[in-house]
Design a binder for this molecule. Sequence first.
Ligand SMILES: [Zn+2]
Length: 192
Amino acid sequence: MSRRELHARDGEALYAAILTELAAEFPAFRIVTKERDALSRAIDVGLRLVTLGGQREYLTRYRTVLGDTLYVPAAWDGTDPTDRVICLRHERVHLRQRRRLTLVGMAALYLLVPLPLGLAYGRARLEWEAYEETLRATLELKGEAAMLDPELRREVIAQFTGPAYGWMWPFRAAVERWFDEAVARRLAEAAR
Ligand SMILES: [Zn+2]
C-alpha cells in the first residue's frame, strides 16, 4: 500500500490515537474553538494592536496552547487528519515543556525573555524544540518530499522572523540555518 493510501485510511485512526495518548498524559487536555471563545477573541484584539495588524489571523489560522487547552480555528475539524496529528505532536511538545518548566516559568520564558516582541529568545527556544517535532511528524506521516517542500520551509521560517509571533527571532540567516540543520537531523534519524 502506498504511503498516500495508508495516509487516507489511517489519518483519522492516527488522530484518534494521539487524542487518547494526550488524554492519558494530560488528563485536563481539551480542544476549544477560538471563534466561540471570549479569551481567544480578546487575545486576537491584543495581538492586532501590538503587532500593528501584522498578526490578523490568530483566530482563523493559528493553533495555540494555553494551559491544558488547545485553541483551534473553526476549520480544524475539516483539516486533513494527518495535519491535525502533526499539529498535536507539535503542541504536545509545548505541553511537556510546560510540565517541565511549570506554567509560571514557561509564561515568563515565553513572554518576557528578553522582550515580549522581537528578540524573544526564550520563546524562540520553545518553538525550535516544537518545530523539530513538526518536522519529525511530517517525515513520518507524509514522507520526505513533504518535509523537504520549500513551502513548509518558508512557512516555518516566517513563524520566527515575521509578525505571527511578534518577530520573535528576526535573524533570517540563523533561522534558515537552524531549519536546514533540523531537516538534516531528521534525515539522519530516518536513515538509522
Ligand atoms: Zn509552537
